[in-house]
Design a protein around this ligand. Sequence first.
Ligand code: G3P
Ligand code: MG
Length: 254
Amino acid sequence: SISRWMSRTWLRIAHRGASGRAPEHTRRAFELALAAGVDMIELDVQLSRDDELVVMHDLRLERTTTGQGLVREHDLSDLRRFDAGSWFSQELAGERVLSLSELIVLAAVEARLNVEIKSAPADWDVLARRLVLCLRAEGQLESTVISCFEPRALQAVRAQAAEAQLGLLWENDDCMEAWRWTDELRAVSIHPFWKLATHEFTRTAHMHRLQTLVWTVNDVRTMRKLLRRQVDGIISDFPERFCYVDRCGTDPTA
Ligand code: G3P
Ligand code: MG
């Protein structure tokens, strides 16, 4: 896709792939996101028992797979046997849990990645090492934004790689704390819950040389409102709606 190379005014980002129309974090969800022409794909990662990087949101398997228990209690080869599509729809039964390397092969030529760390604190150091190793090996470390709600997990990544591009996820009202952390981490972006992204917020972010990437916005009118507040990117479960943002009168969610 040419979108990766064109300079656009704002980043179109798919949340867990096109997770509104396909089971989150599956091949189908990522293919639909690429078909929608996104600039970036957000995905969650955590470690398997054998310290592989697994693309999954919940720490437990039950909601999105046919497996049971913690992701961390299973080797990647076991996780691959579970069905990650049938919870969403029977037609998509057979979708599988993906590793980060598989996802990179599938998506990283056409879109940048935003890898969000979901692991528990005890795993942050190992995860940071594995993540930096994987992204470096695939030549994706400098194009990928690594994000987390936990600044100390990002510190573990920073300790591994001076060139890592870090984004701090934020959902609290106390934004002063956020700016302290982004300065200390030398972050490139702040990722607030969309309601926190006021004009004042984006102005302060820009003063700190941070991009503001908001989540999770599925309504086209809200996307337009946030762009008027100068956000730099929008993370959505329905990336196919992004094409309506710059058009008038064709808002499918109106
Ligand atoms: O990265 C944005 C968003 O994904 C954060 O929340 O729970 O959907 O991972 P969550
Ligand atoms: Mg996420």
